[in-house]
Write a new protein. Sequence first.
Length: 132
Amino acid sequence: MLALIPALLGVLVGWGGFLGWREKLPRSRGAGVRTDATMRSDEAFRVANRVAGLPTMVAGAVGVLAGAAVLAMPDTLGAVLAATFGVVAVFVLVAGGGVLGHRAASAVPAPVEPAGCGGCACSGGGGCGVLR
């Protein structure tokens, strides 16, 4: 039962990394690198998750391998240590991928506001309630 924790975590994380790497991760979901820089535009989100995809897939593989290592351990202490190491390694690799993705998204130019747009007037809010 203990082997399922890092293995399932690895499969979920690895799948998210694969989708990000293939540029198929939807921005509207709660998955992926989600910082102010990455949520600035579709392009920034796509670039960030493509960059973070490889370290995240590696994190998934580490989780699956840790689950297999738990099954191979002859005693309980070894199994607990393998599971703990696997889960911690997954989180460290995912965090590293997130940092790389955030940095990549920060390098993407910000979207340009259409010419002549006054901010609130273009937001569909009727001019922000200010009479002009």
